[in-house]
Every structure is written in structure tokens, then in C-alpha cells.
Write a protein that binds this ligand. Sequence first.
Ligand code: ADE
Length: 230
Amino acid sequence: MTIAIMGAMREEIEPILENVGEYQTHEYAGNVFYTCSYAEHNLVIAYSKIGKVFSAITATVMIERFGAQKLLFSGVAGGISDELAIGDLIMATQLCQHDVDITAFGHPDGFIPEGTLMAPTDDEMRSLAGEIAIDMGVELYEGIIATGDQFVASLERKNWIAKTFNADALEMEGASVACVCQNFGIPCFVLRAISDTANGGAVEDFDAFLKTSAQVSARFVLEMVKRIED
Ligand code: ADE
């Protein structure tokens, strides 16, 4: 099977590339894609650059040009839920776009007509992740992840997102990737390790924990790939 693994930043993908052995490099649509064989699968790996637009382009290319049949996103997020500490893992049950606002026309926050408020993730991959977490002895949270083209570093914005979308974590790419997968009919899995808690100290925490949290997520996603059956 051809499986896509994507992140947003180089730091999110480096720990994957360091562990897959030899790979080939392809330039396309303003980005670099890495392909290799791993655990009896063909992998296509890339980081998109930050945000919803670049991540949607990368996910689309992985599906349309590289033939990805499943897509796994690995990276970091700002924690909303009090249960989530820095370094903890959360997989998205579903994802929304917290910065979509056409409420002036009577639509709910985050909703685009003819779209869905929440983009789903794949039940099978989430249940596999649950088994892997037990086997690895790691705690794996699940919940709603809210995505937007904003680095959130304020309690006020974080609390608004929490209340409006019942979200447990936030980041800048998951919902756009899940939306691409939803529209192409490709199973999607979004995993994030917490790098900060989206409050006044978020910038400092993000800089301090990006690398280590990205490694936690990458390690788990590689374990997922090993256990995905054709
Ligand atoms: N990714 C990690 N932390 C984040 C934050 N505070 N805001 C947006 N995206 C993030």
C-alpha cells in the first residue's frame, strides 16, 4: 500500500526520514517529496510548510500524484484540555477550522456551506492507534482538534476556541488535510504531541519543545505504519 506521512515543519518530518533508511527525493508543486519502501509499504513523506493552504496542496499532491491510499499526519499542537501536558499525544477524532467566519450570513462559526463543520478521521486507524498505545505503554488522548491560520498564544482566543468547538487541542494544518482526505475518500489519521498550551507562554514553550514533541509523534506514527495491513 502507498501511505503518506506528512508534517508541517521540517522538524516534524526529520525524525521520520532518519528512521526509514534510503529514500528518493522528488520536487513538485513547490515542495519536496521523499519516497521509500518501509515495512512492506511504499511511503511518500513531506512537510508542507505551515498553515491550511500549504498543507492542503501537499496532501492533494500526495494523493493525486503519488497515489497515497492512506494519509497520516504527525506533528505538534497547542494543548487546550487541562488533561494535556507538554509531550502528551492526542489523535483527532474530528477536526474543524476555527478561523472560518461567515457568521454575518447566519452560519455557525467554522461552517462553510456545502461543507461539513467537522472533517472526520478514520475509525480503523484510530482503533489501531489505541492498540499500539497500549502495547507501547504510552497514554494516547483523543478529541477534537481545531485548526486555523493563527499561532494561538492568548488565553482569550484559546478559551473561545475551546468553548465554540469543544476542542481539546489546536494547530494550523490538521483540518485542511482532513478536508482534502474527506473529499478524495482517503482514510486520514492526525496525531499531535503537545508543544505548548496556547497561552501567554506559548512562543517560548513551542521553541523549547517543538523538537522533542515532534519526535514523540513521529515515533508513534512509524509504529502505526508497521502495523497497517494491506
Ligand atoms: N502548533 C503548536 N502550538 C500551536 C499554537 N499555540 N497555535 C497554533 N498552532 C500550534
